[in-house]
Design a protein around this ligand. Structure first.
Ligand code: 5AD
Ligand code: SF4
Length: 436
């Protein structure tokens, strides 16, 4: 029997890329590839790229340059670029960097086996179409191997919102939802393989319309799956948080009390210029409704500082909003010019101003994060254990609120869910003891 070929995938960016990398590995599994975590051991290297912020293509070029030596040693090594940079600039990359054999956009992963064969025949293989068919439908023959207790499941892709700073509507295309029956079938298969927590993914996941009752309808359908204990979803847009979804946070026990709901800015003027289509006040009222459905929910957000034309007063409004909401988790970025997006053409904020604002904003968010973590001390949470910790006998898992929790208890295994009393708050995690 011939040796299996080895596949090394390096994943950048969001959780959807993590999911896609798994799907790509499965698609190429059918072609005799097994995964490796070493580039120098691989017969094929795929970079699954992200285009959300500046210098994305430059990073890809420099990463590719590092593989030159490998390719010289091993001329049969095939190198591919996947993901959003492939979608946006793949043809150019292929032209400029002769090391690249294969370019595949995020909507074409099901065509990877074909592209791989083409590349093996010494041809350049490129596919950045937005095909009509559902790529996930064509990714059949999933391996049935057991896997860890948590999984991502993409239910929706693309975005029709066109925020003025964002490339996603261009790289991932228009909003498309996968039909609920297919998502439910995939969830069943994940649960059969040992998964106990599923995070539903979508660029605009709460705009999901593959179920008659939207995302809430899908969540309630998944709630019926025995063995599936926890459901999460990300990322949401404030304008798509409908009543049924808010209510589900109060009534669906499997839906975890954690919500990532980006607002980007607290200034109405900037929100308007960003094309977010809501005000700061509307966002705050929405948070109040969500908290009255689920008072202990932990909120997470995304913020951009230094959006074109942002003044000190606009920035102060963002700080005020953050103080008013109180986030348990957050991601913050300096505005990054993306060619082809409306904001790229506007008057830019100076780099030093952006850096100073980011520092101030992150200091506040870090304080809030810290406070939310410290407030867990003494509380009883439920932890889904995932893997051994650094010390012997230690296991690490996640609480309902997505905090990492360490426990020393030799009889705990991956996939166990146990009540834990939190005894200490560490820099990036909590420590606890099993109770009951
Ligand atoms: N510059 C900075 N941050 C951006 N994001 C999206 N586009 C840009 C950009 N051009 C951030 C937003 C979004 C997150 C995924 O990335 O905050 O919610
Ligand atoms: Fe980008 Fe806005 Fe769509 Fe989110 S909602 S993916 S930030 S355009």
């Amino acid at each position: 029997m011939s040796e299996p070929k080895k596949l090394f995938i390096k994943t950048y960016g969001c959780q959807m890329n993590v999911y896609d990398s798994e799907r790509m590995a499965e698609a190429l599994g059918g072609e005799g590839y097994v995964p490796t975590d070493r580039a120098d051991d691989a017969d094929m290297i795929l970079l699954n790229t992200c285009h959300i912020r500046e210098k994305a293509a430059e990073k890809v070029y420099s990463e590719l340059g590092r593989f030159r030596g490998l390719k010289e040693e091993k001329p049969d090594l095939k190198i591919g670029v996947a993901g959003c940079v492939a979608q946006a600039e793949g043809a150019e990359i292929m032209e400029r960097q002769p090391l690249v054999d294969l370019v595949v956009g995020p909507q074409s992963y099901h065509r990877l086996p074909e592209l791989e064969r083409k590349a093996r025949n010494g041809e350049k293989a490129l596919d950045t179409e937005f095909p009509e068919e559902d790529k996930f439908d064509h990714l059949k023959g999933r391996p049935k191997a057991a896997r860890g207790p948590t999984a991502f499941l993409t239910v929706q892709e693309g975005c029709d919102k066109f925020c003025a700073f964002c490339v996603v509507p261009y790289t991932r295309g228009a909003e498309v939802s996968r039909p609920a029956d297919r998502v439910i079938a995939e969830a069943h298969s994940l649960v059969e393989r040992g998964v106990r927590e599923i995070t539903l993914l979508g660029q605009n996941v709460n705009a999901y319309h593959g179920h008659d009752d939207g995302l809430a309808g899908l969540i309630w359908a998944l709630d019926k799956i025995d063995g599936l204990e926890r459901i999460r979803f990300t990322t949401s847009h404030p304008n798509d948080m409908d009543e049924a979804l808010i209510e589900a946070h109060g009534t669906c026990a499997k839906l975890m009390p954690y919500l990532h709901l980006p607002v980007q800015s607290g200034s109405d003027r900037i929100l308007k210029r960003m094309n977010r289509k809501h005000t700061a006040e509307q966002y705050i009222r929405l948070i109040e409704r969500i908290r009255s459905a689920r008072p202990d929910i932990l909120l997470s957000g995304d913020f951009i500082v230094g959006f074109p034309e942002e003044t000190d007063a606009d920035f102060a409004d963002t700080m005020t909003l953050i103080r008013e909401v109180g986030y348990g988790q957050a991601y913050s970025f300096k505005y990054s010019t993306r060619p082809g997006t409306p904001a790229a053409e506007r008057e830019q904020v100076a780099e030093e101003v952006k850096s100073a604002r980011l520092q101030e904003l992150q200091a506040l968010l870090t304080d809030q994060q810290r406070a939310a973590q410290d407030a867990m001390v003494g509380r009883k949470v439920s932890v889904l254990f995932e893997k051994p910790g650094r010390e012997t006998g230690q296991m690490v898992g996640k609480s309902e609120y997505l905090h990492a929790v360490h426990v020393t208890a030799p009889d705990i295994g991956a996939g166990d869910i146990r009540p834990v009393r939190i005894v200490a708050s560490n820099p990036n995690s909590l420590s606890g003891e099993i109770v009951g």
